[in-house]
Design a protein. Structure first.
Length: 119
């Protein structure tokens, strides 16, 4: 199975934290990334990490999120802190052989997981 699988979403109060996981255990990939999409909005880049551990963040989120990766397990994590109602969205894990901030930079996508933030 090449498609990554997300977990860890759910409902959290504003100011709280969540950690999302992305399991791409059967794929040999170079980069893993997180995107999110709120209703009526385009899919937007959140964070990415290369196999070597280089990280990239959306400027608007870099103070509140952190991406990390367990290379041995091919699992990426997205730690989100001080969540706000506007962070509510479906969060998607993407993996691929390149590294970038656009959806087209990635080859495989998870089904997405809902994050809801209550005010």
């Amino acid at each position: 199975q090449v498609q990554p699988v997300e977990s860890g979403g759910g409902l959290v109060q504003a100011g709280g934290s969540l950690r999302l996981s992305c399991d791409a255990s059967r794929a040999t990939i170079y980069a893993m990334a997180w995107f999110r999409q709120a209703p009526g909005k385009e899919r937007e880049f959140v964070a990415a990490i290369s196999y070597a551990g280089s990280t990239y963040y959306a400027d608007s989120l870099k103070d509140r999120v952190a991406i990390s990766k367990d290379n041995a397990k091919n699992i990426a994590y997205l730690q989100m802190n001080n969540l706000r109602p506007e962070d509510a969205a479906v969060y998607y894990c993407a993996t691929g052989y390149g590294l970038g901030t656009l959806p087209v930079d990635y080859n495989y996508w998870g089904l997405g997981i809902q994050v809801t933030v209550s005010s």
